[in-house]
Write a protein that binds this ligand. Structure first.
Ligand code: ATP
Ligand code: MG
Ligand code: FE
Length: 345
């Protein structure tokens, strides 16, 4: 069975094609991504209308490139991200997927973007055992309990305000490092002292929800720190701020992820989302998983950011799990909860 996955929830137009191996894994046949990230740089963040227009221009050529790369005329089934994501952006991928599925007369599956971030790891690291997944990107920060990729996923926690990647982007902007700020901030942090400034660890108090996150207080703390230094006419070190901020984010994310894995009794932690490219999040996750006796699985960076392969992989899992195809009338859902890895109407 060959499955095509279409992704358009944010600023990446992704079309991936995989072959289901029948053992809980897939083989990659095509991975085509067109990103509009450069068009958003001057605004300092993803502009939904700009992203939607870019998807419109990119979707058909990206689809064609994927078919050529895979050397096929059409897949056996088509999966598409139905949510969560930007409303106008989602519409483009969903409309295209429905049109192609109808024209090709193949089954169509509307799947949850978040489950895709977990499913994609099966391409590199084998079938997925019950796990906790930590997803961190510009748009999401989630702790998920995944028992079976073909079944609804339980959300253990999420951010109550900013996403972790968004905090990286905002702090990087404040420090004059450009957009997307995550990679630039990570690079600046390499030359700084991560213990220089004790920035707050949000939602780690005894009364806070065990698995939720908050990053807006941290972002404000960085802004206050810079303001106070400027007001006093004192010098401050951008690398030290970057390293200390990054440490605060990585500390909370990895501490809560390991705690969540312990709470639900799984032996595996999976990372996903573009911000898991962060060097400190990776190294601290490795350290803490080793201490806690957990297996850490991290897809390669290309598959951590949004792409079509993750949707194809999740599609293959739900099809193999016996799911009925979605109807062509299914509507995209920008606020889709993670508890539905598959959507019907
Ligand atoms: P979505 O939220 O729908 O997954 P997105 O476009 O917001 O999509 P990705 O494309 O997965 O997210 O990842 C981009 C985010 O990852 C940006 O916020 C970027 O700053 C952040 N990022 C990338 N590399 C790093 C890094 N080395 N350190 C920290 N953050 C990073
Ligand atoms: Mg992106
Ligand atoms: Fe994503």
């Amino acid at each position: 069975m060959i499955v095509m996955g279409v992704e358009s929830s944010c600023d990446e137009t992704g079309v991936g094609i995989v072959r289901w191996n029948g053992d809980g894994t897939c083989e990659l046949l095509a991975d085509e991504v067109a990103s509009s990230v450069d068009q958003h740089a001057r605004y300092g963040g993803v502009v939904p209308e700009v992203a939607s227009r870019a998807h419109l221009e990119a979707i058909v050529p990206t689809m064609r490139r994927a078919l050529t790369a895979a050397g096929i005329g059409k897949p056996d089934a088509l999966a598409v991200t139905i949510g969560p994501g930007l409303a106008g952006a989602l519409l483009v991928g969903v409309a295209a997927a429905k049109a192609y599925a109808a024209a090709w007369d193949i089954p169509f599956y509307a799947v949850n973007h978040l489950g895709g971030h977990v499913a994609v790891d099966t391409l590199e690291h084998g079938p997925m055992p019950p796990c906790v997944a930590l997803l961190v990107s510009g748009g999401h920060t989630h702790l998920l309990h995944v028992e079976d990729l073909a079944k609804p996923i339980t959300e253990l926690g999420t951010t109550v305000d900013d996403a972790a990647g968004e905090a990286f982007d905002k702090v990087a902007r404040l420090l004059g490092l450009g957009f997307p700020g995550g990679p630039a901030l990570d690079a600046a942090a390499q030359h700084g002292d991560r213990n220089a400034i004790p920035f707050p660890r949000g939602m780690t108090g005894p009364k806070d929800a065990r698995h939720d996150f908050s990053f807006s207080g941290l972002k404000t703390a960085v802004a206050r720190y810079v303001e106070s230094k400027e007001r006093a006419g004192e010098n401050y070190s951008v690398p030290d701020i970057a390293a200390s901020f990054q440490e605060a984010v990585a500390d909370v994310l990895t501490m809560k992820a390991v705690r969540a894995a312990r709470d639900v009794g799984v032996a595996t932690l999976v990372l996903g989302g573009g911000a898991t490219a962060n060097s400190r999040i990776r190294s601290l996750a490795e350290e803490r998983c080793a201490e806690a006796g957990l297996t850490l699985r991290v897809p390669k960076p290309r598959l951590c950011t949004d792409n079509g392969v993750m949707i194809a992989s999740l599609g293959a899992h739900v099809i193999a799990g016996g799911a009925a195809p979605s109807l062509l009338t299914v509507a995209s859902d920008p606020g889709l909860s993670v508890a539905t890895s598959q959507v019907f109407t």
